[in-house]
Design a protein around this ligand. Structure first.
Ligand SMILES: Cc1cc2nc3c(=O)[nH]c(=O)nc-3n(C[C@H](O)[C@H](O)[C@H](O)COP(=O)(O)O)c2cc1C
Ligand code: SF4
Length: 477
């Protein structure tokens, strides 16, 4: 049975622990920064030398740290893509937009231990030759912005920021920028546009990979809050010790947000892959199980954009046997280790680390209608399939959840979603299509039954009239 393993949230929530600099220093704060700045140049066996910056970058790669913002991409690899020869400044942006529905983990760091993020950022900036960095914080978190601004001012007063940090000759400034209040501001290229003072229209990749053409068309690193906080611990512990946490290829700890119809919604920091989905939902140390008398119906495993799992689903996962050979092992959904690779193999993703639980008291059509309303509202509107498709899906689902469903709605929704995914500028296209594809495919009988019942109720079972058939065309729907 897995326990919470608090590395990043070790001090947060402890009695007497505050966001003040003095409190952070009393708990060993800024020790990792001092260690990083004092790293001597390393002599390599081939006679070459490795700077402190290169050593930290190598360490982050060796630690196996994967981004905690959604895609789970290797942090060290991302840093290695940065164009260091362009002659332009390199920027670093901390993505603190945290707007994926169901996700409430970055704000725990910001609100309860902001210096940990600041220290992780300073080390990451130092390692990547960055002299100007930003924290892009969700507009709806004004207290978070205030706390971070104070933390930065206190860090500046102690010379952890500013000119010639701690006598090292390294200069850095970090500014807080409050977001523009849209979900798409969390997508890294939309965020960069917004930071430049424009509407958050995502940029097309290629060519606009931030590592090459990011903020002001300069090389830019965009990392999530939790990813940057983890860097501090990699420097403190060393990459080998950090990599012992978690499971192979899924190292370190992860803060998981558990919400929906559980007894104890909350956030829990666990070693990646050491806790199963079932434990995170049912164990008293985590979600505490479902409300009395209820049965599990579905879970959304990695924030609202991830594909839904149906209770009772089984998956084939590749596992290394005792003889070293890879074999396929059947695993029940609740026994899936909560890690990047297992959830991907099961056809979904751990995304932003947010599990949303749905019990059998809930109408699945209404759940999807709720999600689709969010996506229709948040589409930035640049791409026709996303702008129109998200709206059509929402209108159909709204109609269905208000007693005017049709038997053919399930196929109609699938058709629209299939024509969105893979046809858009940014991954929002998948984010709005995947819930519809997975909900409708996995609960098709419920969608069809609801449509049939509504038709019978509204038209005496005669099926839709010609007028309704015309209204069923996407444009008029
Ligand atoms: C529609 C959309 C919204 C996103 N929102 C966030 C967000 O709120 N916070 C975040 O860290 N990443 C978000 N991302 C992922 C970012 O684009 C980016 O991959 C991430 O910040 C990289 O950080 P990481 O490598 O440390 O995970 C979003 C992506 C998409 C497509
Ligand atoms: S996929 Fe949607 S959110 Fe992304 S750029 Fe296109 S319209 Fe905007």
């Amino acid at each position: 049975m897995s326990q919470e393993y608090r590395l990043i949230l070790k001090n947060a929530d402890q009695p007497g622990y505050t966001t003040d600099m003095d409190c952070y220093l009393r708990h060993g704060g800024y020790g990792a920064l001092k260690k990083a700045l004092a790293l001597p140049v390393k002599d390599l066996p081939d006679g070459k030398k490795m700077t402190a910056q290169e050593q930290i970058r190598e360490d982050v790669k060796a630690s196996g740290l994967r981004g905690r913002g959604g895609a789970g991409f290797s942090c060290g690899l991302k840093w290695s893509f940065v164009d260091r020869k362009s002659g332009k400044p390199i920027y670093l942006i901390c993505n603190a937009d945290e707007s994926e529905p169901g996700t409430f983990k970055d704000r725990q760091i910001i609100y309860k231990d902001p210096h940990q993020l600041v220290e992780g950022m300073i080390i990451s900036c130092f390692a990547n030759d960055v002299h100007l960095a930003y924290i892009y914080i969700r507009g709806e978190m004004p207290d978070g912005a205030r706390i971070l601004k104070k933390a930065l001012a206190d860090a500046r007063a102690k010379n952890f920021l500013g000119k010639n940090i701690l006598g090292s000759g390294y200069d850095l400034e970090i500014y807080v920028h409050r977001g523009a209040g849209a979900y798409i501001c969390g997508e890294e290229t939309g965020l960069i546009e917004s930071l430049e003072g424009k509407r958050a229209y995502p940029r097309i990749k290629p060519p606009y990979f931030p590592a090459v053409l990011g903020l002001y068309m300069c090389p830019t690193i965009v990392n999530n809050v939790e990813t940057l906080a983890a860097v501090k611990h990699i420097v403190t512990m060393g990459s080998a010790e950090y990599a012992k946490l978690g499971t192979p290829n899924n190292t370190g700890t992860r803060i998981v947000s558990v919400s929906g119809q559980v007894k104890k919604p909350g956030y829990f920091e666990v070693e990646v892959g050491k806790a199963t989905i079932g434990e995170l939902i049912f164990h008293e140390k985590f979600g505490g199980g479902l409300k009395d008398g209820r049965k599990l119906k579905a879970i959304i495993p990695g924030g609202s954009s991830s594909k839904v799992f149906k209770a009772g689903e089984k998956f084939k996962l590749k596992r290394k046997g005792a003889d070293g050979q890879m074999t396929a092992v059947e695993v029940d959904m609740l026994d899936l280790p909560y890690d990047f690779d297992s959830l991907q193999q099961a056809g979904s993703m751990s995304g932003s680390g947010a599990i949303i639980v749905v019990d059998d008291s809930t109408d699945i059509v209404s759940v999807l209608a709720n999600l689709s309303e969010f996506y229709a509202h948040e589409s930035c509107g640049q791409c026709t399939p996303c702008r129109e498709g998200s709206l059509w899906m929402n209108k159909a689902l709204h109609r269905m959840s208000h007693g005017h469903g049709r038997k053919q709605d399930a196929d109609y929704l699938l058709n629209i979603a299939q024509n969105i995914q893979g046809r858009t500028i940014c991954a929002f296209g998948e984010a709005c299509a995947w819930p519809v594809l997975s909900f409708v495919n996995k609960f098709k009988d419920e969608f069809v039954a609801k449509g049939a019942a509504d038709e019978a109720k509204n038209h005496g079972g005669a099926g839709p009239t010609n007028e309704m058939k015309i209204a069923a065309s996407p444009r008029a729907d």
